[in-house]
Design a protein. Sequence first.
Lengths: 112, 114
Amino acid sequence: SQKIEQNSEALNIQEGKTATLTCNYTNYSPAYLQWYRQDPGRGPVFLLLIRENEKEKRKERLKVTFDTTLKQSLFHITASQPADSATYLCALLTSGTYKYIFGTGTRLKVLA
Amino acid sequence: DAGVIQSPRHEVTEMGQEVTLRCKPISGHNSLFWYRQTMMRGLELLIYFNNNVPIDDSGMPEDRFSAKMPNASFSTLKIQPSEPRDSAVYFCASSLSSENYGYTFGSGTRLTVV
């Protein structure tokens, strides 16, 4: 069956370090992959999109990689700050479909 | 733009009552999605509209759920009758009709059915 896996355990890191979050998938052939940030009591906020033919995408302190061989995307936040503390969700869209399917998210806590 | 606007923010209702959740998408967005989020199941897509037409409602749990989009600026999700297991946060999201665009989510409606 199709599955999107994100680490359900919270990730705690020290301020200034690079946070790396993982999104693994099985039985999918995603053409597009997105990352969202969600704060408590709020809706998810779109951060980045990467296509299957792109290896890496950057936006300010954020970097996303997409490895279709490993069936994995990595999401990096460099020089992390306490304000980066939130839950981060990945979402996949398969070519020929129109709807993104979301992972359950990983909670990140950046310690001052 | 004020973003995607959902109302109410919180709803507490008794089992068996009808509940109506409302959504105003971003002007110019022609795709609208209703999602439900729970701790156990994460974000689940309930229904997808494109140009006000329901395209896929396969995620709607059962006949107690219905959704409408009478025009480009308004959508409703109705639960009748409501049950305790419907308790969740319901999100509306809108987007341009292309996989190249991210979704803009509203702040959600937290529904509690007692």
